[in-house]
Ligand binder design. Structure first.
Ligand code: MG
Length: 381
């Protein structure tokens, strides 16, 4: 039985386009199924998380990242009696709007779109599920439940919130989303903090010795070392990381349950109206987690080797955007039609939005292919 403060499917605020209830699934299971069957979901396989896709087969991609987020979120949801189907749907959809080349791509596209309303990947994930998927006869997008859309839109600039209607309202009212949405957001962070350590070590860009400066990592390493003093290599790394994930998940679960009890939260309204998110770490673990994030930022995301790929990725995105803006005939026919149609109502910003949709939808390898087709002039001879 879901807890009283969980999202209950029968209380869902429904879909934008009304549909008969599914016979043998919950509404949120149906959402999850639509997400898995979407084109945007399949593209996640070829989109960078941190390491560019072709650098090695064992690195996380946005697809495996999304699966790890879903796994962590479901474990916590089950132990807290939250809605497991809903967290799974949100987790699998949360990165659907991500550009090729990870955060480098998002930053570059946001820069290109500066004069045209900007580009935010959370907003783009919502745009994918609300509008860009085009497989259903009766509607554009996936026509997901309000609660799934609310979870997908985890952040949003206030200037955009107004235009989004009911799903943007909480940013204006400063109310909290469901516990399931809060949980998936934190599960995202648990997943990437841990898998980025793993991928960082695999790449050789960071070392176990360096990681000793991070208190929580050292604490877990010592525990592993006490039990397996001779363990090295992959097994050592995995034994540390599985404990680190467990430590974060346990702290999150226990702290959040205590917060729910302490605030006497009886139902979902209590969750929405509470001044701060109820899904939370203890202050001690939050500080440790922030230290870990600072380490990764400094030593991995800004490592010269990663930074060089980041820079190259940005050149590709910017060059494609400028080329398509200069001449829409360079776009595939379908996307040129969107550019023309959107520019009828929103002028140059409309054209830019259609181009941003096209670029954001690209996988890493598709973007690289487009770039070489347009800019490799040896092809002319
Ligand atoms: Mg993510």
């Amino acid at each position: 039985m879901p807890a009283p403060y969980a999202v209950h499917p029968q209380q869902s605020r429904g879909r934008q386009y009304a549909e008969p209830a599914p016979a043998y699934r919950s509404e949120f299971q149906r959402d999850r199924d639509r997400i898995i069957h979407s084109k945007a979901f399949r593209r996640l396989e070829y989109k960078t998380q941190v390491f560019v896709n072709h650098e090695g087969d064992l690195y996380r991609t946005r697809l495996t990242h999304s699966l790890e987020v879903a796994q962590i979120a479901r474990s916590v949801a089950r132990s807290m009696a939250l809605n497991e189907d809903l967290v799974e749907a949100i987790a699998l959809a949360h990165d659907l709007g991500h550009t090729p080349f990870g955060h480098a791509g998002q930053d570059a596209l946001n820069k290109c779109m500066a004069d045209y309303g900007g580009f935010e990947h959370n907003l783009q994930s919502l745009r994918v599920v609300d509008w860009l998927e085009d497989a259903y006869a009766d509607f554009s997008g996936l026509n997901l439940c309000f609660e799934t859309r609310e979870g997908v839109l985890k952040h949003c600039a206030l200037k955009h919130a107004q235009a989004l209607g009911e799903v943007g309202q909480r940013f204006l009212d400063k109310t909290q989303p469901s516990l399931e949405a809060q949980l998936t957001n934190i599960a995202d962070e648990i997943a990437y903090n841990n898998h980025d350590i793993d991928d960082g070590l695999r790449s050789g860009l960071i070392s176990l010795e360096q990681l000793q400066e991070v208190a929580v990592f050292q604490q877990v390493w010592q525990a592993v070392n006490a039990r397996y003093p001779t363990l090295t290599g992959q097994r050592l790394i995995h034994e540390i990381l599985r404990r680190l994930i467990d430590l974060m998940v346990t702290d999150l679960t226990e702290t959040s349950l205590a917060a729910l009890r302490g605030a006497h939260i009886a139902d979902i309204d209590g969750v929405h109206q509470h001044g701060t998110p109820l899904m939370q770490y203890s202050p001690a673990l939050r500080a440790q987690k922030n230290e870990l994030k600072r380490f990764l930022r400094h030593n991995l995301y800004f490592h010269p080797s990663v930074y060089r790929s980041t820079w190259r990725a940005q050149q590709i995105i910017e060059a494609l955007f400028q080329a398509f803006m200069q001449d829409t005939h360079l776009l595939p026919a379908e996307h040129r039609q969107f550019a023309l149609r959107y520019s009828e109502t929103a002028g140059e910003s409309g054209q830019a939005r259609a181009i941003a949709d096209y670029i954001a939808g690209m996988t890493d390898r598709y973007a690289m292919k487009q770039y070489s087709e347009l800019f490799d002039f040896s092809r002319l001879v």
